[in-house]
Design a protein around this ligand. Structure first.
Ligand code: UD1
Length: 420
């Protein structure tokens, strides 16, 4: 298994271009299954999770044409297998996103049940309840979710008990082809949900309330294809901002959407960063300062993103003061703190809160990544630690960060991949 070798201590300075958003690209690729027309999706990031979703579309029978500029044309007319197998679903939970589209278009689909994962039990009960409210019959058999519906799904009033990104996306996609009107209340408002909704509208869906917590969908009998460009990745952007801030450096991010990062930028300013923004760029300058400790509490958008929590925990380890990080979205998402303590961090856990007493220096150590964002936080810790840090199990990182070592090298980091 590959690892990343980092010699910490460099101040990161430079510019980067933000990649397309993984968490928008995955549902948008799933949405191509809603139509028998050709759909072009552009600005896909070059990541394992995207390859897995593309493989899944191919295994369902979709004809695919990939261009050299990270665009893909999906021909939904050739889809003829209605089963997402365990082998693919087990490597990527987001495979569950084909459930809504295939059920809505074909009235039938089997999707392997996604298992637990490192950041909590992550059930899909709300996806299933919502589809049942739309008239689907759902059985769980031999590890598969088997969903059936004679004729079209029917519009329904659905109130989600918990704000769920994937659940909102699955039900939104299903509702576009249902008969009549669907209302989804307590819907997720994440920019990635908005990007999916915009893509669906480009395909001819009728959705109102986009970006709010109540989505209203007037079902149509058929969707068209579209040519859609995926939004920039706010979590990738935020991760590089934190990495640079932790080293006291300076960076300009091109192709970012600053308002998607409002709360993250606010917390970075609180951590002593000077930040300027334009319509599609963000500049951060720490002017060599040591960051100040910050308190964060994760929550659904527009709250602080759980996917940025681990990176801010890393920032707090070397900050001036005591930082408190409260995780309210996922259980077990503070596990990386044990690895950081092996690097000399002073983190204690109380329930779902990490209390981080900032220290001047971390010390390099071999550490192991447990999930995608936790791996990124260990890389950040490695960048500020004295000596060598080896981050093992970086396949997690490759699921979500395009060319991470090249991007960090271009900012002056001493980081390389060691094939293993
Ligand atoms: C998505 C993101 C992930 C991010 C998360 C929260 C993708 C591919 N992944 O994951 O990076 O961390 O949003 O912003 O977009 N829940 C239920 N029942 C359900 C569904 C969810 O109880 O049926 C709970 C989950 O256990 C969790 C909370 O709802 O506690 C939020 O999960 P959800 O928003 O669904 O996360 P994902 O869509 O899996």
């Amino acid at each position: 298994m590959d690892s990343l070798l980092i010699h910490g201590g460099q101040t990161l300075v430079g510019q980067l271009r933000v990649s397309g958003a993984k968490n928008a690209a995955l549902p948008i690729l799933a949405a191509t299954l809603l139509t028998d027309a050709k759909t072009i999706v552009r600005n896909l990031p070059h990541l394992h999770d995207i390859t897995t979703m593309v493989e899944l579309l191919g295994s369902l029978g979709a004809e695919l044409m990939v261009d050299e500029k990270l665009g893909i044309e999906v021909n939904g007319a050739t889809v003829n297998k209605l089963r997402a197998p365990y082998e693919l679903v087990k490597t990527m939970r987001a495979s569950i996103l084909v459930l809504g589209p295939l059920l809505a278009r074909f009235g039938e689909v089997d999707v392997s049940f996604p298992g637990g994962c490192a950041i909590g039990s992550r059930p899909v009960d709300l996806h299933l309840k919502g589809l049942e409210a739309m008239g689907a019959e759902i059985r769980i058999e031999e590890g598969y979710i088997k969903a059936r519906r004679e004729g079209r799904l029917r519009g329904a009033e659905i109130t989600l008990e918990t704000v769920t990104v994937g659940g909102t996306e699955n039900l939104l996609m299903a509702a576009t082809l249902a008969e009549g009107k669907t209302v989804i209340r307590n819907a997720a408002r994440e920019p990635e949900v908005v990007d999916l909704a915009n893509c669906l509208c480009a395909m001819g869906a009728r959705i109102s309330g986009i970006g709010s917590s109540t989505l209203e969908i007037e079902g149509v009998a058929r969707l068209n294809g579209a040519d859609y460009t995926v939004m920039p990745d706010r979590i990738e952007a935020g991760t590089y901002l934190v990495a640079v801030a932790a080293t006291g450096g300076r960076v300009r991010l091109e192709g970012a959407v600053p308002h998607h990062l409002d709360i993250v930028l606010e917390k970075l300013r609180e951590a002593s960063a000077s930040i300027e923004i334009g319509s599609d760029w963000i500049e951060l300058d720490m002017q060599g300062r040591r960051p100040s400790a910050v308190a964060i509490t994760t929550g659904p958008y527009p709250g602080f993103p759980t996917d940025m929590q681990a990176q801010f925990t890393a920032l707090n380890t070397i900050a001036d003061g005591v930082g408190r990080v409260t995780e309210t979205v996922f259980e077990n998402r503070l596990v990386q703190t044990h690895e950081m303590n092996r690097m000399g961090a002073k983190i204690s856990i109380e329930g779902n809160m990490a209390i981080i007493v900032g220290t001047e220096k971390l010390k390099g150590a071999p550490v192991m990544a447990s999930d995608l964002r936790a791996s990124a936080s260990l890389v950040i810790a490695g960048l500020v630690a004295e000596g060598q840090t080896r981050v093992d199990r970086i396949y997690h990182i490759d699921r979500g960060y395009e060319c991470i070592e090249e991007k960090l090298q271009s900012l002056g980091a001493d980081i390389r991949r060691q094939p293993g």
